[in-house]
Design a protein around this ligand. Structure first.
Ligand code: APR
Ligand code: ZN
Length: 355
């Protein structure tokens, strides 16, 4: 199964690593067949309830989580959850990477993640990658909310499109994480396919040198999924997770890229879906369901609202305070210690950690 930008030219996609069932354009992941959801019976597929159903609200989602009526929560996230940490997303006009990268004379923005362009000129990609050097950014309250969901035994799996590693940095275990578009934690030689740990290529990237394999001198590419490349085998966990899910949270994504985007339809129609995002996107816009809840606006504010309804505000602040010393290697610097002190003032002024 390969990564496929909805807007790009038609391309074949291959599922999984076992053989290739080529898909043509607009491949979709079939809807979840069965599930033991926290609701009996199917709901109407029209948005906002239907046939006399009361409108489903954020407090209803909170109630389901609080009472553990739903305890197999699957989460889908995108670049929008990392913007509060200072990492641009891709498609926000003017500020997303696809606007910022225009300076690199790309034929079109997505070319930065296309192998043909990478082999033609890898420099723009490594200039982009340099901005994501691990440790330059830290998780924000959204990441720590997802960690809390795990700590409370409610997170079935977190599917992320992000390659910044902030989900891992917030303490979410590998077993609960599917990095659908790969990560910068490791790399592979594009010629002899030798694997390398991430730290082997960062030294070159940080001094604007294209990293090369010490054995065959081929270009070493971080293990992020370029358009047309197969997704990690772990992505196939969705075949079990989404039909099992009894609640779906979708945070900070445009739902523009397949096959990730169609996961949002892979839960049973009776399963509530909560979108927290600046815009209404994907099938929640095109084909809303009866138990969809949409919280438009800033993701940290939306998460904060849900956390308050859950009564988890103290738990989240304790977690953030506990973790900040561990997560922020910059704490030794003047800026870091100021930030840390600022955080330690958390008791006095419960300012929400967004950076
Ligand atoms: N609060 C709420 N929503 C936000 C915030 C924020 N602070 N910041 C950004 N958003 C929203 C944007 O409005 C947009 O709807 O998050 C979404 C981010 O969308 P994209 O930039 O398209 O990022 P993403 O959905 O992760 O892109 C998917 O595209 O190019 C590929 O591989 C790349 O993984 C990436 C994929
Ligand atoms: Zn090599």
């Amino acid at each position: 199964m390969a990564l496929f930008p909805c807007s790009a030219v038609p391309a074949l996609r291959f599922w999984g690593l076992r053989g290739a069932r080529a898909w043509t354009r607009w491949p979709r992941i079939p809807g979840g067949g069965w599930s033991v959801s926290c609701f009996a019976g199917a709901s109407s597929d029209t948005g906002g309830g239907g046939h006399g159903q009361k409108k489903f609200l954020l407090q209803d989602i909170a109630e389901l989580i609080k009472t553990r009526a739903c305890q197999r929560v699957v989460v889908m996230v995108g670049a929008g959850i990392s913007t509060p940490s200072g990492i641009p997303d891709f498609r926000s006009p003017g500020v997303g990477y696809y606007s910022i990268l225009q300076q690199y004379k790309l034929p079109y923005p997505e070319a930065i993640f296309e192998l043909s362009f990478f082999f033609h000129d890898p420099k723009p990609f490594f200039t982009f990658a340099k901005k994501l050097y691990p440790g330059n950014y830290r998780p924000n309250a959204t990441h720590y909310f997802l960690r809390l969901l795990h700590e409370k035994g409610l997170l079935l799996r977190l599917y992320t499109q992000n390659i910044d590693g902030l989900e891992r940095a917030s303490g979410i275990p590998d077993s609960k994480l599917v990095e659908a578009h790969g990560s910068l934690a490791s790399a592979t030689c594009t010629t002899c396919r030798r694997p390398y740990p991430g730290e082997d290529f960062w030294a070159d990237v940080m001094v604007d040198r294209v990293p090369r394999c010490p054995v065959c001198s081929g270009v070493t590419k971080p293990d992020i999924v370029f358009f047309g490349e197969p997704l990690p085998a772990r992505f196939l966990l969705h075949l079990a997770d989404f039909p099992m899910a009894d609640l779906l949270l979708i945070l900070g994504t445009s739902l523009e890229v397949e096959p990730f985007a169609s996961l949002s339809d892979a839960v049973r129609s009776s399963v509530p879906r909560l979108l927290i995002n600046r815009d209404l996107v994907g099938s929640l816009a095109r084909n809303p369901r009866g138990r969809d809840v949409v919280q438009l606006g800033d993701v940290v504010h939306g998460v904060k609202r849900l956390v308050e309804l859950l009564g988890w505000t103290d738990d989240l602040q304790d977690l953030i305070q506990r973790e900040t010393g561990k997560v922020w290697p910059a704490a030794q610097s003047q800026e870091g210690s100021l930030l840390l002190r600022g955080l330690l003032d958390l008791e006095q002024s419960p300012v929400w950690l967004t950076l």
